[in-house]
Design a protein around this ligand. Sequence first.
Ligand SMILES: Nc1ncnc2c1ncn2[C@@H]1O[C@H](COP(=O)(O)OP(=O)(O)OP(=O)(O)O)[C@@H](O)[C@H]1O
Ligand SMILES: [Mg+2]
Length: 502
Amino acid sequence: MKRDILLHMRSMSKHYPGVQALDSVDFDLFAGEIHALVGENGAGKSTLTKILAGAEQSDSGTIEVSGRTIAIREPADARRLGIGIIYQEFKLVPELSVAENIFLGDERRFLRHGFVRFSLMHAEASKVLSRLGETIDPVLPVRKLSVSQRQIVEIAKALSNHVRILAMDEPTASLTDREVENLFAVMRNLKTDGVGIIYISHRIEEIFRIADRITVLRDGKLIHSCPVAEADSEMLVKWMVGREADREAHQWSPKGIAPSQRREILRIENLTSDRVHGISFGLDRGEILGLAGLTGSGRTELVRLIFGAERRSSGRIVVDGREVSVRSPGDAIKAGIGLLTEDRNLDGLVLQMSILENITLSSLSDVAFGPFVNGSKERRAASELVRRLRIKTRSVETPVETLSGGNRQKVVLGRWLMTQCNILIFDEPTAGIDIAVKREIHALIRGLASEGRGIIVISSELPELLQLCDRIAVLCDGIVAGILTREEATQERLMKLATSYA
Ligand SMILES: Nc1ncnc2c1ncn2[C@@H]1O[C@H](COP(=O)(O)OP(=O)(O)OP(=O)(O)O)[C@@H](O)[C@H]1O
Ligand SMILES: [Mg+2]
């Protein structure tokens, strides 16, 4: 079969102060192909797609589209060429409606006698969303949407244009299985239409399911490029990290503290709000409890209730045997409960401040981030964390704004790993983080548990929960459909519970 080369990027280089983000990288894309771009956090993936989208300029290199050398100086150039991009960081305007966001910059399509015909715009938006298998109301302001719904709107936005080349920078980082399936179905349709797709993801299984070819970057260099059939996940990880993958993290066995010391640290009784109903469970010291469930099952709502970020209508929260009054996040932190939210932007990284300052940030700590102590010991601990999380940076004094998406997330996570909270809740702790560091984060979370803390983890990736947790509670439609121990839990059983009332 003869295939048309849609895109050929030759010898792309890009230098930022202190780092060669891209070093003479070649990349090509066929029509009707899904080409996965993989590599550790900071490898240069987003930089390559930003250059293609006209959001950044390369220092050198040429770009050919359908055999013609072209210049992409600004995003409008890319749009004209039929290049669509889904950025890693959300670009939506929270105050505008879903439909307005989808057609932002393209409203002229709906003009009539100088007025935007919103009814038509809403109908068009619904059409694009339904292609994605979604029924989000196009009139809603984006600020009212959950993180995964926002991601879907970003995808719809890219699809609203007629695209020939589509770059997707981690579109699934905050999606659950079912949403990922819908997205994959759409991608397969686009493929059939001859669209070429550049697909960035840290979820290795996804790549083997959906991609035709893989290109691996490491430290801005092209390491390997091949059809997906010629690679397996071990090889892929090796190309990404440049060595055999660590296996220690895998060999860790759960239950870090002696059963005799495993008394209950947290008890939730009958927690109820608009969206969750009569939730009860206990959490022991040293235990890692997973929360599984589909989007909308109430997982995020539940942990926000425990953290006092959402109002409950009834129910009790008992910490160390004593009922606590949690009406605000401040109350929760005082009771020793910390929450790493799913929406990392809300976690308030101060972009101009250094990595170290952000990790040890104490000025905001009392309200938002729990009790920190900001002494030299903490600075040393923070530096150690930067090393273990492999935050790719020249120095811990570097401002956070120069970090890649995944490395920023590591800073937010690092901050929570440094807190003194005895009960820690992580909502999607490894979303957007590369596979080598994922294992390290699991080890760090287990470390916190073995110090006697109680941990709750939400993850859309069932394999992650199965690897990490002592028990897994499955939510379905706002209630606990079941709680399985590590021994009882399998992917099939969890899925079955998650859909038991749906
Ligand atoms: N505006 C910037 N200023 C300085 N350095 C930058 C800037 N943008 C990116 N970098 C650096 O360029 C390198 C490549 O970053 P890039 O965002 O392309 O990584 P990535 O592969 O997308 O990683 P991730 O998986 O974490 O998203 C990193 O070392 C990053 O710190
Ligand atoms: Mg990136």
